[in-house]
Write a protein that binds this ligand. Sequence first.
Ligand code: KIV
Ligand code: NA
Length: 279
Amino acid sequence: RKPVTINTLQSLYRKNEPITMITAHDFPSAHVADHAGMDMILVGDSLAMVALGMEDTSEVLMEEMLLHCRSVARATKGAFTVGDLPMGTYEISPEQALASAIRMVKEGRVKSVKLEGGKEMAPTISKITSAGIPVLAHVGLTPQRQNALGGFRVQGKSTASALNLLEDAKAVQEAGAYAVVLEAVPAEVAALVTRKLSIPTIGIGAGNGCSGQVLVQTDMMGNFPPGRFLPKFVKQYGNVWAEAMRAMQEYKAEVKSRAYPAPEHTYPMSQEVFSEFER
Ligand code: KIV
Ligand code: NA
């Protein structure tokens, strides 16, 4: 297929065709996303939890993001790639943010970067986009700021908070963001914000009125042990954990019982070698 570009996304938006986005954190998870025809692949800093076993996203380092971005980029032939700027690599100044964005593109091999924040990030978004690096903004629930938000809470519930969200979304649009992620926002608020903007909104926990949707791949694939808490907005489209467990346990049982390897999995030895051994 033809690689998705910023123009492709623009054209989907104009046609009112939903933009599909999914996270990936390594070569195989990017491979399946790209083969399935996702429009966008995000190397989210959620890889801190789903690929590195960390408690939250605040721990992941630029070097770690770069390693994972490169592996995703190698598997991605068609989708438009986005690398998440990790906490601490863009908040200090627009200059710091641009330097980090350049590393994401040069070393991470992604086509655009994502950063969290609204109006206060406008000068930063302008700086990065003016250097020719497309920026995906992220407003509403911004996980890197969870301690300031008092945890993972729905944003834009009160009038003041909804208006603030709209201001943030407009500010990142004016600053040059090519699209904006709306996370954990009431569906009606997200739909209203989407209608007021002229760039696509990508929703996660933001209802059906957005211009596109994103989910964390590990969540929607069901690639985690039973009993794990999932946010309300996640729909589990698969049960990768159950299938992986089945295969692993079957392998274990067959090795223990010597059912595996069977003759068809082995290399034959010639009669000649056999005779030599038996002498
Ligand atoms: O890190 C991530 O996976 C994200 C998406 C959930 C938007 O930021
Ligand atoms: Na993220």
